[in-house]
Design a protein around this ligand. Structure first.
Ligand SMILES: NC(=O)c1ccc[n+]([C@@H]2O[C@H](COP(=O)([O-])OP(=O)(O)OC[C@H]3O[C@@H](n4cnc5c(N)ncnc54)[C@H](O)[C@@H]3O)[C@@H](O)[C@H]2O)c1
Length: 317
Protein backbone atom coordinates (compact mmCIF):
# COMPACT_ATOMS: atom_id res chain seq x y z
CA UNK A 1 0.00 0.00 0.00
CA UNK A 2 1.31 3.46 -0.91
CA UNK A 3 2.35 5.67 1.99
CA UNK A 4 3.14 8.68 -0.14
CA UNK A 5 2.73 12.10 1.44
CA UNK A 6 -0.65 13.80 1.13
CA UNK A 7 -2.36 10.57 0.20
CA UNK A 8 -4.27 9.79 3.37
CA UNK A 9 -8.03 9.71 2.86
CA UNK A 10 -10.86 9.05 5.26
CA UNK A 11 -14.34 8.08 4.13
CA UNK A 12 -17.10 8.81 6.64
CA UNK A 13 -19.83 6.27 5.85
CA UNK A 14 -17.21 4.20 4.02
CA UNK A 15 -18.85 0.86 4.83
CA UNK A 16 -21.88 1.69 2.70
CA UNK A 17 -22.63 1.26 -0.99
CA UNK A 18 -20.86 4.33 -2.41
CA UNK A 19 -18.11 4.33 0.21
CA UNK A 20 -17.03 0.78 -0.56
CA UNK A 21 -16.63 1.53 -4.28
CA UNK A 22 -14.88 4.79 -3.48
CA UNK A 23 -12.43 2.99 -1.19
CA UNK A 24 -11.61 0.54 -3.98
CA UNK A 25 -11.03 3.31 -6.52
CA UNK A 26 -8.86 5.31 -4.10
CA UNK A 27 -6.69 2.25 -3.43
CA UNK A 28 -6.38 1.64 -7.19
CA UNK A 29 -5.09 5.21 -7.49
CA UNK A 30 -2.44 4.80 -4.79
CA UNK A 31 -4.23 6.48 -1.89
CA UNK A 32 -4.18 5.23 1.67
CA UNK A 33 -7.74 4.69 2.88
CA UNK A 34 -9.40 4.80 6.28
CA UNK A 35 -13.03 3.84 6.53
CA UNK A 36 -15.08 5.35 9.34
CA UNK A 37 -18.45 3.75 10.00
CA UNK A 38 -20.79 2.84 12.84
CA UNK A 39 -19.83 0.58 15.73
CA UNK A 40 -20.14 -3.07 14.63
CA UNK A 41 -21.17 -2.07 11.11
CA UNK A 42 -21.56 -4.87 8.58
CA UNK A 43 -18.23 -5.46 6.82
CA UNK A 44 -19.80 -7.30 3.91
CA UNK A 45 -19.20 -4.44 1.43
CA UNK A 46 -15.51 -4.09 2.24
CA UNK A 47 -14.41 -7.64 3.09
CA UNK A 48 -12.71 -7.99 -0.28
CA UNK A 49 -10.43 -5.02 0.52
CA UNK A 50 -8.87 -6.93 3.42
CA UNK A 51 -5.80 -5.28 4.91
CA UNK A 52 -5.64 -2.62 2.21
CA UNK A 53 -7.84 -0.38 4.37
CA UNK A 54 -7.85 0.84 7.93
CA UNK A 55 -11.19 0.67 9.73
CA UNK A 56 -12.39 3.02 12.45
CA UNK A 57 -15.66 2.23 14.17
CA UNK A 58 -17.32 5.24 15.76
CA UNK A 59 -20.22 7.62 15.68
CA UNK A 60 -20.34 10.49 13.24
CA UNK A 61 -22.28 12.41 15.89
CA UNK A 62 -19.51 12.02 18.45
CA UNK A 63 -17.07 14.93 18.55
CA UNK A 64 -14.23 12.93 20.07
CA UNK A 65 -14.56 10.11 17.52
CA UNK A 66 -14.37 12.67 14.72
CA UNK A 67 -11.42 14.50 16.24
CA UNK A 68 -9.40 11.31 16.72
CA UNK A 69 -10.25 9.91 13.30
CA UNK A 70 -8.84 12.96 11.50
CA UNK A 71 -5.35 12.55 12.88
CA UNK A 72 -2.89 12.33 9.94
CA UNK A 73 -5.61 12.66 7.30
CA UNK A 74 -5.22 14.81 4.16
CA UNK A 75 -8.55 14.33 2.36
CA UNK A 76 -12.02 13.84 3.82
CA UNK A 77 -14.97 12.24 2.04
CA UNK A 78 -18.27 12.97 3.77
CA UNK A 79 -20.79 10.24 2.85
CA UNK A 80 -22.81 9.92 6.03
CA UNK A 81 -26.53 10.49 6.00
CA UNK A 82 -28.89 9.28 8.70
CA UNK A 83 -31.98 9.91 6.57
CA UNK A 84 -33.25 9.14 3.07
CA UNK A 85 -35.32 11.41 0.80
CA UNK A 86 -38.33 9.18 1.46
CA UNK A 87 -38.25 9.31 5.26
CA UNK A 88 -36.66 12.65 6.09
CA UNK A 89 -39.89 14.69 6.19
CA UNK A 90 -41.12 12.55 9.08
CA UNK A 91 -38.64 14.12 11.50
CA UNK A 92 -36.77 17.22 10.29
CA UNK A 93 -35.43 17.93 13.79
CA UNK A 94 -33.69 14.56 13.82
CA UNK A 95 -32.40 15.35 10.32
CA UNK A 96 -30.88 18.65 11.50
CA UNK A 97 -29.40 17.16 14.65
CA UNK A 98 -27.95 14.01 13.16
CA UNK A 99 -26.79 15.35 9.80
CA UNK A 100 -26.34 19.10 9.91
CA UNK A 101 -24.92 19.63 13.39
CA UNK A 102 -22.51 16.70 13.03
CA UNK A 103 -21.33 17.98 9.66
CA UNK A 104 -20.56 21.40 11.15
CA UNK A 105 -18.54 19.76 13.93
CA UNK A 106 -16.64 17.82 11.30
CA UNK A 107 -15.86 21.01 9.33
CA UNK A 108 -14.66 22.79 12.48
CA UNK A 109 -12.32 19.93 13.22
CA UNK A 110 -11.14 19.85 9.59
CA UNK A 111 -10.10 23.49 9.98
CA UNK A 112 -8.28 22.72 13.26
CA UNK A 113 -6.44 19.79 11.73
CA UNK A 114 -5.65 21.59 8.46
CA UNK A 115 -7.40 19.10 6.18
CA UNK A 116 -6.50 19.74 2.53
CA UNK A 117 -9.91 19.14 1.00
CA UNK A 118 -13.40 17.92 1.90
CA UNK A 119 -15.37 16.08 -0.75
CA UNK A 120 -19.07 16.08 0.07
CA UNK A 121 -21.70 13.88 -1.57
CA UNK A 122 -24.83 15.96 -2.03
CA UNK A 123 -27.93 14.99 -4.00
CA UNK A 124 -28.61 16.01 -7.60
CA UNK A 125 -31.95 14.25 -7.54
CA UNK A 126 -33.41 16.28 -4.69
CA UNK A 127 -31.67 19.64 -4.08
CA UNK A 128 -33.36 21.34 -7.05
CA UNK A 129 -36.85 20.17 -6.10
CA UNK A 130 -39.16 19.97 -9.11
CA UNK A 131 -36.99 21.17 -12.00
CA UNK A 132 -38.37 23.98 -14.16
CA UNK A 133 -36.75 22.27 -17.15
CA UNK A 134 -34.24 19.49 -17.82
CA UNK A 135 -31.35 18.95 -18.00
CA UNK A 136 -30.82 20.85 -14.75
CA UNK A 137 -27.60 22.78 -14.39
CA UNK A 138 -25.90 23.89 -11.19
CA UNK A 139 -27.42 27.41 -11.39
CA UNK A 140 -30.99 26.12 -11.28
CA UNK A 141 -32.81 27.43 -8.15
CA UNK A 142 -32.83 25.04 -5.22
CA UNK A 143 -36.40 24.42 -4.07
CA UNK A 144 -36.31 21.17 -2.10
CA UNK A 145 -39.48 19.29 -1.23
CA UNK A 146 -37.79 16.91 1.24
CA UNK A 147 -35.92 17.69 4.45
CA UNK A 148 -33.03 15.48 3.24
CA UNK A 149 -32.39 17.99 0.44
CA UNK A 150 -32.76 21.02 2.72
CA UNK A 151 -29.94 19.53 4.79
CA UNK A 152 -27.78 18.77 1.74
CA UNK A 153 -28.26 22.37 0.55
CA UNK A 154 -27.50 23.79 3.98
CA UNK A 155 -24.35 21.70 4.31
CA UNK A 156 -23.22 23.05 0.92
CA UNK A 157 -23.94 26.60 2.11
CA UNK A 158 -21.94 26.05 5.28
CA UNK A 159 -19.07 24.62 3.28
CA UNK A 160 -19.04 27.84 1.30
CA UNK A 161 -19.10 29.84 4.52
CA UNK A 162 -16.24 27.83 6.02
CA UNK A 163 -14.23 28.30 2.85
CA UNK A 164 -14.85 32.03 2.89
CA UNK A 165 -14.04 32.44 6.58
CA UNK A 166 -11.27 29.90 7.10
CA UNK A 167 -9.98 28.86 3.67
CA UNK A 168 -11.29 25.28 4.10
CA UNK A 169 -11.11 23.73 0.64
CA UNK A 170 -14.05 21.65 -0.59
CA UNK A 171 -15.94 20.20 -3.53
CA UNK A 172 -19.57 19.16 -3.39
CA UNK A 173 -21.02 16.66 -5.85
CA UNK A 174 -24.73 16.69 -6.51
CA UNK A 175 -24.97 13.01 -7.29
CA UNK A 176 -27.95 11.69 -9.25
CA UNK A 177 -29.09 8.05 -8.81
CA UNK A 178 -26.12 5.71 -8.53
CA UNK A 179 -26.67 1.98 -9.04
CA UNK A 180 -24.50 -1.11 -9.17
CA UNK A 181 -23.01 -3.93 -7.17
CA UNK A 182 -23.44 -3.76 -3.39
CA UNK A 183 -26.38 -1.32 -3.40
CA UNK A 184 -28.78 -2.49 -0.71
CA UNK A 185 -31.85 -3.97 -2.45
CA UNK A 186 -33.89 -3.82 0.77
CA UNK A 187 -33.59 -0.05 1.26
CA UNK A 188 -36.06 2.62 0.15
CA UNK A 189 -33.36 4.24 -1.98
CA UNK A 190 -32.17 2.74 -5.26
CA UNK A 191 -34.94 1.61 -7.62
CA UNK A 192 -32.60 -0.41 -9.84
CA UNK A 193 -31.25 -2.47 -6.93
CA UNK A 194 -34.78 -3.21 -5.74
CA UNK A 195 -36.03 -4.10 -9.24
CA UNK A 196 -33.11 -6.38 -10.10
CA UNK A 197 -33.22 -8.21 -6.81
CA UNK A 198 -36.98 -8.75 -7.11
CA UNK A 199 -36.61 -10.06 -10.65
CA UNK A 200 -33.92 -12.51 -9.53
CA UNK A 201 -36.23 -13.70 -6.75
CA UNK A 202 -39.34 -13.74 -8.98
CA UNK A 203 -41.05 -11.29 -6.63
CA UNK A 204 -43.52 -8.54 -7.44
CA UNK A 205 -42.15 -5.01 -7.90
CA UNK A 206 -44.11 -2.12 -6.40
CA UNK A 207 -43.91 1.19 -8.24
CA UNK A 208 -45.24 4.45 -6.84
CA UNK A 209 -47.10 6.08 -9.72
CA UNK A 210 -47.37 4.98 -13.36
CA UNK A 211 -43.65 4.29 -13.88
CA UNK A 212 -43.19 7.31 -16.15
CA UNK A 213 -41.06 9.32 -13.71
CA UNK A 214 -37.68 9.99 -15.25
CA UNK A 215 -34.40 9.69 -13.42
CA UNK A 216 -30.74 10.16 -14.20
CA UNK A 217 -29.08 6.83 -13.33
CA UNK A 218 -25.31 6.55 -13.10
CA UNK A 219 -23.27 3.38 -12.74
CA UNK A 220 -21.43 3.51 -9.42
CA UNK A 221 -17.92 3.00 -10.79
CA UNK A 222 -18.34 6.03 -13.06
CA UNK A 223 -19.49 8.11 -10.10
CA UNK A 224 -16.57 7.22 -7.83
CA UNK A 225 -14.14 7.83 -10.69
CA UNK A 226 -15.21 11.49 -10.61
CA UNK A 227 -14.97 11.69 -6.80
CA UNK A 228 -11.39 10.42 -6.88
CA UNK A 229 -10.38 12.73 -9.74
CA UNK A 230 -11.53 15.72 -7.71
CA UNK A 231 -8.80 15.19 -5.10
CA UNK A 232 -5.95 16.10 -7.35
CA UNK A 233 -7.59 18.71 -9.56
CA UNK A 234 -7.98 22.33 -8.58
CA UNK A 235 -11.44 22.93 -9.91
CA UNK A 236 -12.79 26.34 -10.89
CA UNK A 237 -16.05 25.72 -9.01
CA UNK A 238 -17.04 24.19 -5.67
CA UNK A 239 -20.25 22.47 -6.77
CA UNK A 240 -20.80 19.97 -9.56
CA UNK A 241 -23.65 17.86 -10.82
CA UNK A 242 -22.60 14.23 -11.02
CA UNK A 243 -24.81 12.04 -13.18
CA UNK A 244 -25.00 10.33 -16.54
CA UNK A 245 -26.76 13.30 -18.13
CA UNK A 246 -29.33 10.84 -19.51
CA UNK A 247 -32.87 10.25 -18.32
CA UNK A 248 -34.77 6.96 -18.28
CA UNK A 249 -38.25 6.23 -17.01
CA UNK A 250 -38.78 3.43 -14.51
CA UNK A 251 -40.79 1.62 -17.19
CA UNK A 252 -37.81 1.84 -19.55
CA UNK A 253 -35.60 0.38 -16.82
CA UNK A 254 -38.05 -2.50 -16.37
CA UNK A 255 -38.00 -3.13 -20.09
CA UNK A 256 -34.19 -3.19 -20.13
CA UNK A 257 -34.22 -5.61 -17.20
CA UNK A 258 -36.58 -7.83 -19.15
CA UNK A 259 -34.14 -7.84 -22.08
CA UNK A 260 -31.04 -8.64 -20.05
CA UNK A 261 -32.66 -11.19 -17.74
CA UNK A 262 -35.07 -12.85 -20.17
CA UNK A 263 -37.69 -12.55 -17.39
CA UNK A 264 -40.83 -10.42 -17.44
CA UNK A 265 -40.93 -8.34 -14.24
CA UNK A 266 -44.18 -8.59 -12.27
CA UNK A 267 -45.23 -5.03 -11.47
CA UNK A 268 -47.82 -3.55 -9.14
CA UNK A 269 -48.37 0.17 -9.81
CA UNK A 270 -49.41 2.05 -6.67
CA UNK A 271 -50.47 5.60 -5.91
CA UNK A 272 -47.74 8.19 -6.67
CA UNK A 273 -45.89 9.79 -3.73
CA UNK A 274 -45.84 13.56 -3.23
CA UNK A 275 -42.10 13.57 -2.62
CA UNK A 276 -41.13 12.15 -6.03
CA UNK A 277 -40.26 14.76 -8.65
CA UNK A 278 -41.66 13.80 -12.07
CA UNK A 279 -38.47 14.29 -14.07
CA UNK A 280 -34.86 14.87 -13.21
CA UNK A 281 -31.89 14.76 -15.57
CA UNK A 282 -28.63 16.47 -14.65
CA UNK A 283 -26.65 18.73 -16.94
CA UNK A 284 -23.08 17.40 -16.68
CA UNK A 285 -21.27 19.88 -18.92
CA UNK A 286 -19.44 21.56 -16.06
CA UNK A 287 -18.03 18.42 -14.46
CA UNK A 288 -17.12 16.96 -17.85
CA UNK A 289 -15.09 20.05 -18.70
CA UNK A 290 -13.43 20.73 -15.33
CA UNK A 291 -12.70 17.15 -14.31
CA UNK A 292 -12.11 15.89 -17.85
CA UNK A 293 -14.55 13.17 -16.88
CA UNK A 294 -17.29 11.30 -18.70
CA UNK A 295 -19.44 8.38 -17.59
CA UNK A 296 -18.16 5.32 -19.46
CA UNK A 297 -20.78 2.67 -18.71
CA UNK A 298 -24.00 2.62 -20.69
CA UNK A 299 -27.26 1.61 -19.04
CA UNK A 300 -27.41 -1.91 -20.46
CA UNK A 301 -23.81 -2.73 -19.46
CA UNK A 302 -24.36 -1.36 -15.96
CA UNK A 303 -27.62 -3.24 -15.53
CA UNK A 304 -26.03 -6.46 -16.70
CA UNK A 305 -23.15 -6.17 -14.22
CA UNK A 306 -25.59 -5.36 -11.43
CA UNK A 307 -27.93 -8.21 -12.40
CA UNK A 308 -25.04 -10.70 -12.19
CA UNK A 309 -24.28 -9.38 -8.71
CA UNK A 310 -27.87 -9.82 -7.44
CA UNK A 311 -28.00 -13.30 -8.95
CA UNK A 312 -24.80 -14.18 -7.11
CA UNK A 313 -25.85 -12.87 -3.69
CA UNK A 314 -29.19 -14.66 -3.93
CA UNK A 315 -27.43 -17.97 -4.60
CA UNK A 316 -25.02 -17.40 -1.72
CA UNK A 317 -27.65 -16.61 0.91
N1 LIG B 1 -27.44 6.08 -2.93
C1 LIG B 1 -27.98 7.12 -3.53
O1 LIG B 1 -28.90 6.98 -4.35
C2 LIG B 1 -27.45 8.51 -3.25
C3 LIG B 1 -27.73 9.55 -4.16
C4 LIG B 1 -27.23 10.83 -3.89
C5 LIG B 1 -26.50 11.05 -2.73
N2 LIG B 1 -26.27 10.03 -1.86
C6 LIG B 1 -25.51 10.31 -0.64
O2 LIG B 1 -24.32 9.53 -0.65
C7 LIG B 1 -23.96 9.19 0.68
C8 LIG B 1 -23.71 7.68 0.77
O3 LIG B 1 -24.85 6.99 0.30
P1 LIG B 1 -24.90 5.39 0.23
O4 LIG B 1 -25.92 5.06 -0.78
O5 LIG B 1 -23.53 4.84 0.12
O6 LIG B 1 -25.52 5.06 1.67
P2 LIG B 1 -25.28 3.80 2.61
O7 LIG B 1 -26.41 3.78 3.56
O8 LIG B 1 -25.01 2.57 1.80
O9 LIG B 1 -23.95 4.20 3.38
C9 LIG B 1 -23.91 5.17 4.39
C10 LIG B 1 -23.02 4.65 5.50
O10 LIG B 1 -23.01 5.65 6.53
C11 LIG B 1 -22.95 4.98 7.77
N3 LIG B 1 -23.44 5.84 8.84
C12 LIG B 1 -24.70 6.35 8.99
N4 LIG B 1 -24.78 7.04 10.15
C13 LIG B 1 -23.56 6.96 10.74
C14 LIG B 1 -23.04 7.45 11.95
N5 LIG B 1 -23.76 8.17 12.82
N6 LIG B 1 -21.74 7.18 12.26
C15 LIG B 1 -20.97 6.44 11.41
N7 LIG B 1 -21.42 5.94 10.24
C16 LIG B 1 -22.70 6.19 9.90
C17 LIG B 1 -23.86 3.76 7.58
O11 LIG B 1 -23.58 2.75 8.53
C18 LIG B 1 -23.53 3.35 6.14
O12 LIG B 1 -22.54 2.35 6.09
C19 LIG B 1 -25.09 9.69 1.59
O13 LIG B 1 -24.69 10.93 2.12
C20 LIG B 1 -26.24 9.88 0.63
O14 LIG B 1 -27.11 10.90 1.07
C21 LIG B 1 -26.72 8.77 -2.10
Amino acid sequence: MSLRKNKNCIIYGGGGFIGSHLAEELINNGYKVTIFDKLNFSKVNILHLGKKIKIIEGDFNNEIDIKNSLNGIDFVFHLVSSTLPGNSNANPIYDVESNLVSSLRLFDECVNQKIKKIIFVSSGGTVYGIPKSVPVNENHPRNPIVSYAVIKNTIEDYLYLFKHNTGLNYVSFRLSNPYGERQNPYSNQGAIAVFLNKVVRNEEIEIWGDGNVIRDFIYIKDAVDALVKSISLDTSKDIYNLGSGKGYSLNKILNEIKLISGKKPKVNYKEARKIDVPKNILDIKLISKDLKWQPKTNLREGLLKSYEYYKKINVEC
